[in-house]
Write a protein that binds this ligand. Structure first.
Ligand code: CA
Length: 219
């Protein structure tokens, strides 16, 4: 899931954007000042930042300049009520990746965010190949290699394998697995069936059952 940092001080706009973005399966964190925005942007916990220019404590341009000075290449989309060409140029010169003149349509902003997601796709953990033990999982082709032998996976098998392998050595709870793969915790028995499928492909010892908790990928 894309993690988006929204730095915007207009509460009504924040409320509607957060609602819309969450509906679009984007994990949003919203703050209203440049100082908080810069701190969070530097944390490396986000995939994209949507940054307002007119903030109460400092200009978005300043936030952007300080962020780039730290060497961060976090994709930044600027929101600005100022539509003069000069402002746009200033934003792009200071390292913005894109800009949205206010007022804008939500659909247009979402399209620009999606475009950033695709550009960052190569470095995205969601598409990175995972190697753990005897297993290699390739998200781009949705294939699993076990001891060098290729196994193709259904969509849900892949999602479950990806979740377990990206947390190799850690316990993934049943609730987390159900929520991640099926979007709800209500289909409890289906999980056991899929764990059996994966064990039959990866080897029975690859996935350990942690009684009363969940599963651990051992490789
Ligand atoms: Ca503002």
């Amino acid at each position: 899931m894309t993690r988006l940092l929204l730095v915007e001080d207009e509460e009504r706009l924040v409320t509607s954007l957060v609602d819309g973005l969450r509906t679009a399966q984007i994990d949003v964190t919203a703050v209203g000042t440049g100082r908080e925005g810069l701190e969070l942007a530097k944390s490396g916990d986000f995939d994209v930042m949507v940054l307002d220019i007119g903030l109460p404590d400092q200009e978005g341009f300043t936030v952007l300049r300080k962020l780039r000075a730290t060497g961060s290449d976090l994709p930044v989309i600027i929101l600005t009520a100022r539509t003069s060409a000069e402002d746009v140029v200033r934003g792009l010169e200071r390292g913005a990746d894109d800009y949205m003149p206010k007022p804008f349509s939500f659909a247009e902003l979402l399209a620009r965010i999606r475009l950033r997601e695709r550009r960052i796709g190569a470095a995205d953990p969601a598409t990175a190949v995972i190697e753990a033990g005897r297993c290699v999982l390739d998200p781009m082709t949705r294939t699993l290699e076990v001891n060098g032998e290729q196994v193709s996976l259904s969509n849900r098998e892949f999602q479950l394998a990806h979740l377990l392998m990206s947390h190799a050595g850690q316990t993934v709870t049943r609730a987390e697995a159900l929520e991640h793969v099926w979007g709800s915790a209500s289909r409890d028995n289906v999980l056991d069936v899929y764990i059996r499928y994966l064990r039959s492909r990866m080897g029975a010892s690859a996935i350990k059952t942690i009684r009363g908790e969940g599963y651990q990928f051992l490789g």
